[in-house]
Design a protein around this ligand. Structure first.
Ligand SMILES: [Zn+2]
Length: 120
């Protein structure tokens, strides 16, 4: 497996159909949501279980942002032709470990069968 540098990863994302159809910013929003979620999870463990109520609040915030992260990606990443929710399709049809990657390697839209390689 080749080592992918950060620039290489960004270039690959830009080169994917998501980048070409101008949806890369949606991934950025998702990353911010994920980062907030992780901060909340860390916050929960920094606060600790000695004070149950703040711990629970941090964990609720973590779950909330986790759900928001998943929902945002599922709803926002769409086919540039038919507006089909492709991320949702890959999340529900492919194995859990691989679904975030599958969406980048799709050759055609699972809904309208148009080639994603020729995004407008
Ligand atoms: Zn489509």
């Amino acid at each position: 497996m080749p080592v992918v540098s950060e620039e290489g990863l960004v270039a690959a994302l830009r080169d994917s159909w998501i980048g070409k159809s101008g949806q890369l910013w949606k991934l950025g929003v998702a990353l911010v949501l994920m980062a907030i979620g992780i901060v909340c999870a860390i916050g929960a463990f920094v606060v600790g279980t000695d004070v149950p109520r703040p711990f629970g609040l941090w964990m609720i915030a973590f779950v909330f942002f986790g759900v928001l992260f998943f929902a945002w990606l599922s709803i926002s990443i769409r086919c540039p032709f038919c507006r089909g929710p492709i991320m949702w399709w890959t999340a529900s049809k492919t194995s859990h470990d691989l679904w975030p990657l599958t969406v980048f390697t799709l050759q055609e839209c699972p809904y309208c069968r148009k080639s994603l390689r020729s995004t407008p």
